[in-house]
Design a protein around this ligand. Structure first.
Ligand code: NGQ
Ligand code: ZN
Length: 478
């Protein structure tokens, strides 16, 4: 694809802004020095602009989107019709499980060009929304017959190409998916494309790690899909094998998303999913537990103590009717967390953070649930925690404007109607809770401007390709 944002080395850059959110809070007159590798080399508050390029507005660190299945962007909205027959009393049997059937059938039609086109469109959208890095939980590995492509990494390579085209930082998380379900259920046509044995999986991870080595915008981790799709012994084998490849890279897993996930794990394995994982794997700060929705008090406390990140995807979890993560208790236990757009029914950190807070307000019938005590800002707490959790889960030096971190940032337009008259944490409160239009004006990743004045350099080309893909997919489904 043409128009990729080039990742070759840059001239050192100096930018200056009146307001910036540093690791210890808001600072004034901030000079940001960016080296030729695209990292911050120095960040100085109370500095004069000198020859630096002056940036109007307020600078925030770019936020990490810790959970994405890129191809699902093309299915957003396709699953909003009642799928199940009405039950005997006319009841609604639609659920996560019926949604999943539609998704597995959708996936049978995607080819590598589609994957690249959809991911590029999605990643451009992410950047414009203020996400500067993504964790791609990537599981469509095989061709439609369930056989490897000539290059078994084809689909992952295409996804990485899309990230390069868009210029977003990426943590590629190849997925291990070994069985159709508990009790060795036969995989359906869609699932055939996900299944790998542990050896093929580790070869894929090894290859991707080698080919992306040295690219500061890419990291490779792993994602055993879930305790439902990966039984204990392949899980242990994969974890040991991955340690030999990279003993520090991130490990993500879906866990306890649905009540049925808890019940089935109890029935087949004799423990609750999070309880079981904490007892059977060395869960630590490398781990991201995605959709740890259904956890009891002990699991909530123990998960927080493990220093793993809870991967919360509020818009998708709402869309799928998953249930509600005990966010208040988890915060009280000092738990780490971040956000993901997952199925991409929404691509907006604002909406993820707002939903996370609003759901808690609705169940507790109170307000400012995430705020850190009297006078504390809900927006600043949500944004700050999600920055830190996103950076940890993605295993890259991101999420803060400080020397040694990637120069990933977003510029808020302080002249935007939602932000007028706001300052400091008030900017974050109004950014998240102040309207439905996006005040992100410019975005930089690894020292390069990828969004300027709300437009992405490659957005027209990326969209034209995406449009062709979507038309073909629509025609095929007639
Ligand atoms: C996925 N998504 O892998 O894309 C899953 C659905 C499953 C979410 N859990 C399929 N949100 O869990 O098997
Ligand atoms: Zn997921």
């Amino acid at each position: 694809m043409c128009c990729a944002i080039e990742m070759t080395s840059l001239a050192p850059t100096l930018i200056w802004c009146e307001k910036a959110l540093l690791a210890d809070g808001w600072a004034k007159d901030v000079l940001l020095e960016i080296d030729a590798a695209g990292d911050f080399s120095r960040v100085s508050p109370d500095a004069s602009a000198g020859d630096a390029a002056r940036v109007a507005g307020a600078i925030l660190p770019g936020i990490g989107n810790l959970h994405s299945h890129a191809f699902q962007r093309a299915a957003a909205g396709l699953t909003e019709r009642r799928h199940s027959a009405d039950g005997p009393g006319g009841g609604n049997a639609d659920s996560f499980w019926t949604w999943r059937e539609v998704l597995h059938s959708f996936v049978t039609r995607l080819n590598p060009d589609d994957q690249e086109a959809i991911a590029a469109q999605l990643y451009v959208e992410m950047l414009k929304a203020g996400y500067t890095a993504v964790g791609e939980f990537h599981y469509v590995h095989q061709d439609p017959d369930g056989r490897p492509y000539a290059d078994p990494a084809e689909m992952a390579v295409r996804t990485l190409a899309a990230a390069k085209t868009a210029g977003i930082g990426i943590t590629m998380l190849p997925v291990l998916y070994t069985v159709g379900g508990y009790g060795d259920v036969t995989p359906n046509a869609g699932q055939k494309r996900y299944i790998l044995d542990v050896d093929a999986f580790l070869a894929l991870v090894q290859g991707l790690t080698a080919t992306t080595q040295g690219d500061p915008n890419v990291r490779v981790g792993i994602a055993p899909h879930s305790v439902r799709q990966v039984p204990a012994s392949p899980l242990a084998e994969a974890l040991a094998g991955f340690d030999a490849i990279d003993a520090t890279a991130p490990i993500h897993i879906h866990i306890a998303e649905q009540v049925r996930d808890v019940d089935e794990h109890l029935n087949h394995v004799g423990a609750r999913p999070v309880e079981w994982l904490l007892a059977n794997a060395e869960v630590d700060a490398r781990w991201c537990l995605v959709h740890a929705t259904h956890v009891n008090e002990a699991e909530t406390r123990n998960m927080a103590a493990s220093r793993a990140v809870a991967g919360i995807c509020p818009t998708t979890e709402g869309n799928l009717g998953d249930g509600i993560f005990p966010f208040v208790d988890y915060l009280a236990a000092g738990g780490r967390w971040g956000i993901g757009s997952d199925s991409h029914v929404s691509v907006s950190p604002i909406e993820e953070l707002r939903w996370l807070e609003y759901v808690q307000r609705l169940i507790t019938r109170s307000r400012n649930v995430a705020a850190p005590g009297h006078g504390g800002s809900t927006g600043a707490r949500l944004f700050g925690d999600a920055l830190a959790g996103g950076a940890q889960a993605l295993g890259r030096p991101i999420g803060a404007l400080k020397a040694g971190c990637r120069a990933d940032l977003v510029v808020l337009d302080t002249n935007h109607p939602n932000l007028l008259g706001r300052d400091g944490d008030g900017l974050l409160d109004s950014f998240i809770f102040g309207g439905n239009t996006n005040p992100v004006r410019d975005v930089m990743v690894g020292g390069r401007w990828v969004v300027r004045d709300g437009s992405h350099a490659a957005e027209d080309v990326v969209f034209a390709t995406y449009r062709r893909t979507m038309r073909r997919l629509a025609d095929e489904s007639l």
